[in-house]
Write a protein that binds this ligand. Structure first.
Ligand SMILES: C[S@@+](CC[C@H](N)C(=O)[O-])C[C@H]1O[C@@H](n2cnc3c(N)ncnc32)[C@H](O)[C@@H]1O
Length: 209
């Protein structure tokens, strides 16, 4: 766990994502209801994309967590190859085991940082998918420029994020379960982003941002 100090002289504020291993299993349980029942109907709204996936394209699922979406995509589109990437090794291991137990040969899992994807991935993927992972980023600008770099020319980027309103009041009054999501944001998303802000190798520092 990183050091969170309110008294100044902070070396690494926030909390490492490795401290939340069971937290990601909880998140996978929360997201699987949508991903297992709603992802394919959502993609059906884009027939051209679904057609390409059916024919066979290269896909990267960034911030895949325990790979619920990667497995859904791999099962539904056996001609496509799915590369599932997550920062957290523990989640990647769970996802890999799940894909292996289902005999999915077209889904592979790797540990990696969305803000610094492998250098050899230039123009590698026809379809970049992210579910519930963009808003977690300490460096969304770097992640988006990596997405652009790894996409083939004319490739498709598809980011699905939880719906919310701008005002907290509207979120609390109009959306179900927002109290829980605010709690997760406060106790998980923010501390892990703070940690990665100073924990990454380049350490840009707040004053330079
Ligand atoms: C809210 S979870 C969503 C997981 C999965 N997409 C799902 O819907 O079940 C966000 C995921 O993004 C991953 N993540 C956050 N920052 C990342 C980064 N820079 N690179 C790769 N993965 C990252 C976390 O480890 C976590 O698994």
């Amino acid at each position: 766990m990183g050091e969170m100090s309110l008294s100044g002289n902070v070396q690494i504020p926030g909390v490492s994502c490795t401290a939340y291993t069971s937290g990601y299993t909880v998140i996978a349980k929360m997201t699987s209801r949508f991903l297992e029942n709603g992802l394919l109907p959502t993609l059906s709204q884009y027939p051209e994309l679904k057609n390409l996936l059916g024919k066979g394209i290269s896909v990267v699922d960034i911030g895949c967590g325990e790979g619920v979406s990667s497995v859904v995509l791999g099962k539904a589109f056996p001609n496509s190859n799915i590369c599932a990437v997550d920062l957290l090794e523990e989640s990647v291991v769970v996802g890999r085991k799940k894909a292996e137990s289902l005999g999915l040969k077209n889904v592979e899992f790797i540990t990696g940082d969305a803000a610094a994807l492998p250098a050899e991935w230039n123009s590698k993927f026809d379809f970049v998918f992210m579910h519930d992972a963009l808003h977690d980023q300490a460096y969304p600008d770097k992640v988006l420029s990596e997405v652009y770099r790894v996409l083939t020319p004319g490739g498709i980027y598809f980011a699905l994020e939880p719906f919310s309103y701008t005002k907290v009041k509207d979120n609390l009054e109009k959306l179900e379960g927002m109290q829980l999501l605010y709690m997760i944001s406060l106790l998980h998303c923010m501390p892990t982003s703070l940690y990665s802000e100073c924990g990454r190798t380049e350490q840009p520092g707040r004053e330079k941002r």
